[in-house]
Design a protein around this ligand. Structure first.
Ligand code: EPZ
Length: 430
């Protein structure tokens, strides 16, 4: 199993290019099969989740042509199989976006039911509620979701829970239903807006994405498009908190500052200097950082995908901080790993109390999930001594060239997989 080995103590300094948004790209790749014409998508992040979904898409018969690491051409005209196998869903839950895409275009889809994952049970009842409201017969048989409809008819749908996945999945199906669909209590994340813009560039008629109400007038067919994915605000925020935690000075390039408002607000609250430019944000963390309170909320609130990253940073801030995780029920596992590096934390239910300490000491830790894994790398870079992070396969699902980008900012980090490589690193760094 590959690991990261890190020698902490270096402040991160410099500029880093941010890639395309993984969570926008996953939905957009699924939606690309909704036309029989060719779709070109660029600014794709070259990460494992994207590559697995492209395999699933070609697995049902679509033509997938990888132009380069960040560009793909897809043509869905030859799809003859509407059955997404379990091993794709097991690898990435977001394969379930093919449900909305296939149901919208072919009025049929069979997708393995995704299980829970490391951060919570993650039901998909709201997705199924939306499909049924549009007139689809939806049932679960032998671990598979079977969805089919004679016709999809637009409806007024009120989601019981604000869900990124359900908003996007039902929006996709409704884009090719008959008549008007109104979606209420929807997610407003930038990637929801990006998917709506992508579908509209294919001829869909979607209004209001990014607000509380989305109105969709269904169309009978969608056409080709060339589209570029928005920058990944979670990758950007991860580097911004890495700058804060290592007392560095980092500028994230190729971002949309508006998407980072909640993150910027918290960095300023704890004492960082933040400078915004048109498509870049600079974070400087010099003096002592101090505590704050955080509650994760749907956008534009503080993102749950940034919770581990701010948690690690707060563990090195003076004073007592609290984090309330209101989106997922099991997203504090990284804190017990952090305690092994010297953090002073206490978790009760969905609330964590963090007493700032002066420093972490390097240790061997294990990444419990994608964002927590990235946060533990941040902890290693801020720690005294050597840290080894196991199970980095999680991190590679969502961060392209993570260790390369960190090294370009002055981090002492390498990807290793044998004891010999670990010894070699320790000899090299002294
Ligand atoms: C997306 O997951 C992201 N994944 C997650 O990012 C992100 O944490 C999450 O949105 C919240 O922003 C992708 O976009 C691929 P939700 P999703 O449906 O859509 C409950 C990462 O690190 N819920 O908005 O699955 C659910 O249990 C990943 O990149 C229902 O109850 O999240 C959760 O408590 C991790 N019923 C809450 O809603 C449903 O039918 C929000 O989940 C759907 C969701």
């Amino acid at each position: 199993m590959e690991q990261y080995i890190i020698k902490g103590g270096n402040p991160l300094v410099g500029e880093v290019e941010i890639g395309g948004a993984k969570n926008a790209a996953l939905a957009i790749l699924a939606a690309a099969i909704m036309t029989d014409e060719t779709v070109t998508i660029d600014n794709l992040p070259d990460v494992n989740d994207i590559n697995v979904l492209l395999e699933a898409i070609s697995g049902i018969g679509a033509e997938v042509d990888r132009i380069d690491r960040h560009t793909v051409r897809i043509n869905g005209s030859n799809i003859e199989n509407f059955d997404i196998e379990y091993d794709y869903i097991k690898k990435i839950r977001a394969s379930y976006y093919l449900l909305g895409a296939l149901l919208g275009k072919y009025k049929r889809a069979e997708v393995a039911l995704p299980g829970g994952c490391n951060i919570g049970s993650r039901p998909i009842d709201q997705h199924l509620k939306g499909f049924r409201a549009l007139g689809a017969y939806v049932d679960i048989e032998h671990g598979k979701i079977i969805a089919e409809a004679e016709r999809l008819i637009g409806k007024h749908i009120y989601f019981d829970v604000v869900s990124v996945g359900a908003t996007i999945n039902v929006m996709m199906a409704a884009s090719m239903a008959e008549g008007l669909t109104i979606l209420e209590n929807v997610a407003k994340e930038p990637h929801v807006v990006d998917v709506a813009n992508f579908l509209n560039s294919m001829g869909a008629n979607i209004r209001g994405a990014g607000t509380d109400v989305i109105k969709i007038r269904g169309v009978s067919r969608l056409h080709k498009t060339d589209y570029s994915i928005i920058p990944d605000q979670i990758e950007a925020g991860t580097f911004m908190f890495a700058a804060a935690a290592t007392r560095g000075d980092v500028t994230v390039m190729n971002v949309i500052p508006k998407h980072l408002e909640a993150t910027i607000a918290k960095l300023v609250e704890i004492g960082c200097e933040v400078e915004e430019f048109d498509d870049a944000v600079r974070v400087v963390s010099k003096g002592d950082l101090h505590n704050t309170q955080v509650k994760t909320l749907p956008y534009p609130g503080f993102p749950t995908d940034m919770q581990p990253q701010i948690g690690v940073t707060l563990a090195l801030c003076k004073g007592t901080s609290t984090i309330t995780e209101s989106i997922f029920e099991n997203r504090f596992k990284y804190l017990s790993e952090l305690a092994r590096m010297g953090a002073n934390v206490k978790v009760e239910g969905n609330a964590a109390t963090i007493e700032g300490v002066d420093k972490f000491s390097g240790a061997r830790v294990s990444a419990p999930d994608l964002r927590a894994g990235a946060a533990l790398v941040i902890a290693g870079m801020a720690a005294d001594g050597i840290t080894i992070v196991d199970d980095i396969v999680y991190i590679q699902r969502g961060y392209e060239r993570f260790e390369e980008k960190l090294r370009s900012l002055g981090a002492v980090i390498e990807r290793v997989s044998t004891e010999r490589e670990i010894q070699k690193f320790k000899l090299k760094v002294g």
